[in-house]
Design a binder for this molecule. Structure first.
Ligand code: DNO
Length: 394
């Protein structure tokens, strides 16, 4: 049996319609109620409205991505107790609405981050890119973060200075807004000033402190998920290393291993994202998948090409750091095991994550990374790979 082919839909304002998604061959929808402010309860009514809209188009709402975690919970200050309570209620409500997989992340301040939205790759299509020197130049010379200079080597600083002095006005504006405006799905946008203030709130929060906050949060919400038959899936940090001095705690094997050891229920699960994990050079993704396979209840499949200095761009789905063949094989094996064991999730949902801007989409208004044709290409390639392997895996 194949994995479940899904597609992220940002709701009624998404330029890609539910009918387009059907034609791309997906059956399941990944969606979120982006209009509900962070921290507020997702009511059954709101959930059912979205669900009905999806079902009217002949599709199913398979995964919630994401219910955002309020910053107060990450910092354990302010109204964090109320927000945890609200989160529990939202989980219960998701179950009442019949949705049993929830994705979330625990990245402080910023969700996924890139510096360039229209990086031209060899075939002329446009990809998202994280350029290390642009990022450092922004941190040191635009944001002027206090401890920035001590975060980098002399040679990085020298090159970043040169990069900064070569930017024209448009480049400066574009890099700044690409970092601060947030990408699709991130629920926060900042001005330079707000951003500095937000970063300062984490001055006293070390990696281990943030990890402790995550574990305390999980110890509260995982039992609720278990009672309600909901699987939580944490999304890895994207990129999987510290940005702007912020702690990152879901970046590699050891982080995940701690997380799963400390909260042992498999309702404490993982959104296995090959693009995020793959942006760390030499990360053994197939080992992560094999060792934690029973935690994987949702999958993002995409690829990145990582350069010597840590920069990366989003490559075609079957090219780049992730060995998609091995990964797909491992996923199909896990799925077979689940069917044998009678697991509730017998079709693990995956979505083609991001895609290049290409063909007609080049002249349309699209959500960065989430244009229709690039993802359609990705899904088609992944589907072909999956069907091919399925015929051989016994
Ligand atoms: C980017 C996405 C992220 C991710 C959230 C999960 O394309 O993978 O927006 O959905 O970080 O909470």
């Amino acid at each position: 049996m194949s994995l479940l082919q899904t597609w992220r839909w940002f709701g009624p304002n998404d330029p890609v319609s539910l009918n387009d998604i059907k034609m791309a061959g997906a059956r399941g929808i990944v969606s979120a109620l982006h209009h509900i402010p962070n921290g507020e309860i997702w009511t059954v009514n709101e959930l059912l409205n979205r669900k009905n809209e999806i079902e009217l188009a002949g599709l199913t709402w398979s995964v919630i991505e994401s219910i955002p975690v309020h910053e107060d919970i990450k910092l354990r200050k302010g109204s964090f107790e109320k927000y945890i309570q609200n989160y529990k209620t939202s989980i219960q409500n998701a179950a009442k609405a019949g949705i049993n997989v929830i994705c979330y992340n625990f990245m402080p301040v910023l969700d996924w981050t890139r510096t360039q939205l229209f990086y031209e790759v060899a075939d002329g299509s446009k990809a998202l890119r994280f350029d290390m020197l642009d990022y450092i130049a922004f941190d040191v010379f635009v944001l002027m973060r206090k401890k920035a200079a001590s975060s980098y080597t002399d040679s990085q600083l020298k090159k970043a200075k040169e990069r900064f002095s070569n930017w024209n006005e448009n480049e400066l504006i574009s890099i700044t807004s690409t970092i601060l405006a947030g990408l699709p799905g991130s629920e926060e946008t900042y001005t330079l000033q707000d951003f500095s203030k937000k970063l300062a709130e984490y001055d006293e929060i070390s990696e281990s402190k943030l990890q402790e906050h995550l574990l305390l949060f999980l110890r509260e919400i995982v039992p609720v998920s278990e009672e309600n038959g909901v699987y939580l899936t944490i999304h890895p940090d994207d990129p999987p290393f510290s940005l702007f001095g912020l702690p990152r705690i879901v970046s590699h094997y050891e982080h995940l291993s701690t997380l799963f050891r400390e909260v042992s229920s498999n309702h404490n699960g993982l959104c296995f994202c090959t693009g995020s994990l793959g942006a760390k050079k030499n990360q053994d993704m197939n080992k992560i998948l094999t060792d934690f396979s029973d935690r994987v209840h949702f999958v993002h499949l995409r690829n990145v090409s990582v350069e010597e200095d840590g920069s990366f761009y989003e490559a075609n789905h079957l090219e780049g750091e992730a060995d998609m063949y091995e990964i797909m094989k491992t996923l199909l094996k896990e799925q077979r095991n689940r069917v044998k064991k009678g697991h509730t999730i017998t079709e693990i949902p995956f979505r083609p994550d991001h895609g290049h801007l290409m063909l007609d989409d080049l002249s349309k208004k699209t959500n960065p990374g989430y244009s229709a044709i690039g993802r359609l290409r990705g899904l088609a390639e992944l589907r072909g790979l999956m069907y091919g392997i399925e015929r051989n895996v016994s």
